[in-house]
Design a protein around this ligand. Sequence first.
Ligand SMILES: Cc1cc2nc3c(=O)[nH]c(=O)nc-3n(C[C@H](O)[C@H](O)[C@H](O)COP(=O)(O)OP(=O)(O)OC[C@H]3O[C@@H](n4cnc5c(N)ncnc54)[C@H](O)[C@@H]3O)c2cc1C
Length: 357
Amino acid sequence: MREEPTGGVWVIVDHTGDEVEGIALELLGQARELADRLGLSAAAVVLGDDVRGLAPLLGQCGADSVYLAEGPLLGAYNPDAYAPLLADLIHRERPLIVLWGATDQGRDLAPRVAARLGTGLASNCTRVDLNEDGLLLMTRPVYGGQASCNVVCPQARPQMATLQPGAVPAKRPDPSRQAQVIAVDVSLSSQSLRLRLEEVIKIAPSALDVTEAEVIVAGGRGVGSEAGFHLVEQVAHLMGAAVAASRPVVDAGWAPYERQVGLSGKTVAPRLYIACGISGVNHHVVGMKDSRAVVAIDQDPQAPIFQIADVKIVGDLHQVLPSLVERLRRLRQERGTAEDAEVLRTLADVPAARRDS
Ligand SMILES: Cc1cc2nc3c(=O)[nH]c(=O)nc-3n(C[C@H](O)[C@H](O)[C@H](O)COP(=O)(O)OP(=O)(O)OC[C@H]3O[C@@H](n4cnc5c(N)ncnc54)[C@H](O)[C@@H]3O)c2cc1C
């Protein structure tokens, strides 16, 4: 019988330098649960420059230990530095399972490390579990999100998966928990790096990350033009919401890729999702179906998005949205803010729209 590695269940942590990203906390909750079921430890791995301050929260959210690899050359993501360092660390410490966020960094880094280690990787998973043999059961969408399949990695180790942000809930921090911090030796020279960071272009603070947002206003092909998409942005701005888009809007260049929701974009689960001119094809819906409340605005009463909408507005968004903008402005002037309930009431009352439910 083969002897399994005993290095535990690991999470490679996405962070901004100052803060741990939500996806890392989601993965840690999952790692904690798997580790408990396997009788192993859970660990978080942080690469960066001066990132020791992130360790306490990782301990509170489930890590028994935090591997810290620090140095100026690790300050910004660089696959030339990150991939060999992580592959060496994993090779040395022998975790049984490694979980990554299906984020820009995770999607780029995990396959590089998998190739170096000669192991498998299930990408973009929506769920991980253990099967009856104690193997990691990794569930991922196939056939454009029409079906999902379960994948196992029976031979090579570690078993590795990237998980979509928002796929699993994060655990609440437990202030009584503490992780052991383990410093990782970093010996890197700038000569060994083929990539050099020239400039970091910061996204405007108003451009909230869709995976973190509580309220999202999303535009689809029905907006018709870049100017039409500005209407969606205006509504989002007035509601303090994040802006999202369907793929045709991103393909047309009206919104950047990081705003795309769906199979080949991001997975979101906000409190409120307002879909404007989005038909509701499965490739899009798979990324937002876990939203708590969905409002859909579409001129076609047969649009599939209405099948999952809690509030259905059949109308031309070029009439509905300006009217909504005007009312939201008024609400903000009167009360300084616009709460979800007020927005829903306003939507229900917008002229030129028929509210079906
Ligand atoms: C492998 C693969 C991956 C994909 N990944 C994604 C993904 O991640 N995300 C994604 O979104 N798509 C994805 N797609 C594309 C997907 O199949 C659909 O083409 C896309 O979601 C449709 O976008 P839409 O709803 O904006 O456009 P459409 O389907 O064209 O719908 C536009 C809607 O707007 C309505 N409309 C038009 N004018 C108005 C108006 N004036 N007022 C109100 N309503 C109006 C129409 O009635 C219609 O319902 C993927 C496709 C493939 C093959």
